[in-house]
Write a protein of this length. Structure first.
Length: 246
């Protein structure tokens, strides 16, 4: 596919002790697209996101963001790269002892020099964006699982990231809440123009938010393309995976 790559993985390898997790991962994500990385549990999806965030180092291969190689940067040089990236972690843990508003504004209060009233305005805007206007003073324990996920999304967006990473955003949610979260992922792309990677093992959710789909297994990409291309893949594993559990 012809596009400007926002993110590129080139022949990336990662082992843990004796276990090979990524085995020559090649993956390009186009500027502004939502790429869904589909694969069963343990296939290396979360490790791929952690490498992009610089939380893990590849053993071999290269990772680029905006054509800048990030795989060999030290912590200090990684900082401006990380600022471009918002991450919705699996589980989306909030700080239980803080209000919703303080959760959303946490990174800005800690790491930015923005005045408090501007931070409050960002919190207000982001909570309205996820349809939780006016919940600033509530505590996480008062919210449903779906609402907590939306607060976590508002928090991940606080820095106005160019890139959003979603790790299993709908896993464990009921179908209606999952649909709401998927709609928010689309809305985030549409209104902010972000480039997104959505990692999931859930076929239906994955296909509903994707511009393109990549199927990963045992640390390599088996197929990548439009939903149609992936559905018509000649790869046997891809077909078995798409057919679902028997
Ligand atoms: N920090 C770590 N130390 C050791 N093994 C790990 C670590 N992180 C992940 N793994 C292993 O790597 C494999 C892939 O993990 P992961 O990327 O989390 O899979 P998933 O596709 O389910 O997100 C798993 O077998 C996991 O146990
Ligand atoms: Mg995972």
């Amino acid at each position: 596919m012809e596009c400007t790559f926002k993110i590129q993985f080139e022949n990336v390898y990662k082992d843990f002790e004796q276990k090979q997790v990524l085995r020559g991962l090649d993956l390009g994500i186009c500027d502004g697209e939502t790429l869904v990385l589909l694969g069963r549990s343990g296939s290396g999806k979360s490790v791929t996101l952690k490498i992009l965030l610089g939380l893990l180092r590849p053993d071999d291969g290269k990772v680029f963001v905006d054509n800048q190689e990030i795989s060999d940067l030290d912590e200090e040089s990684l900082f401006p790269v990380r600022k471009k990236i918002g991450m919705l972690f699996q589980g989306a843990a909030l700080f239980d002892s803080m209000t919703v508003g303080d959760n959303v504004g946490f990174a800005l209060y800690e790491h930015s020099k923005l005045p408090k009233n501007e931070i409050r305005e960002i919190i207000r805007t982001n909570l309205a964006f996820v349809d939780l206007a006016g919940t600033e003073d509530m505590m996480p324990a008062e919210l449903s699982g779906g609402m907590r996920k939306r607060v976590a999304l508002a928090r991940a967006m606080a820095n106005k990231p160019e890139i959003m990473l979603y790790d299993e955003p709908t896993t464990g949610l009921d179908p209606i809440t999952a649909t709401t979260i998927n709609a928010l992922i689309r809305k985030t792309q549409k209104e902010y123009g972000v480039t997104s990677i959505v990692v999931t093992h859930e076929l239906e959710s994955g296909f509903s938010v994707a511009d393109r789909v990549a199927v990963i297994n045992e640390g390599v990409i088996l197929e990548i393309g439009s939903k149609e291309q992936v559905k018509n893949s000649s790869n046997q594993f891809v077909q078995t995976f798409l057919a679902g559990p028997k």
